[in-house]
Design a binder for this molecule. Sequence first.
Ligand code: GLN
Length: 201
Amino acid sequence: MAGNPPVGILALQGDVREHAALLAGLGAEVTLVRRPAELAVVDGLVIPGGESSVIDKLSRIFGMQEPIRAAIATGLPVYGTCAGLILLADEVLDGIEGQQSFGGMDVSVRRNAFGRQTESFEIGLDVPLLGDVPVHATFIRAPIVERAGDGVEVLASLPDGGIVAVRQGALLGTSFHPEVDGETRFHEMFVESVRDRAARR
Ligand code: GLN
């Protein structure tokens, strides 16, 4: 289906603008989501990179945790980058005291997995699903997927085997930030799933 699918970006904290620009460039109708009523009208949601513990706290203050969990349970397409991936994980390792996630993906994700020595790095990453051209991936205080359940598709791993891109049903997560590199293929795949959902409504 063509058209401009309505995509929300959870805009409580993080690199919202980069996602907004990229998604608009792909023809999505972008809205910033801070309240349940704004979530109710989108057919897909991006959870940006930033600080997962802050996004978690703000989402509870804004009354967004339950609506987002409910939306995930109904199959809303959600794409989380970096902190966003942490928020989609059923289990968060090395979270701050009391840190919660929305969950939905049967993965265990460790925050800040690369330590202080390697706060950020870039790498050409093979992502077979996206074709032969490697993804230029930027990792910023990035998490790693330490466990992926049976229903989880591993889309990319680092040379040492560390899992950095996963998909489960309508949920997509990457440890890195395609939106800061002009890498559009993950977002294209996500927008396609949003179009499918919009067409079925
Ligand atoms: N370290 C951040 C966290 O724990 C994630 C960093 C990022 O999103 N670039 O949420």
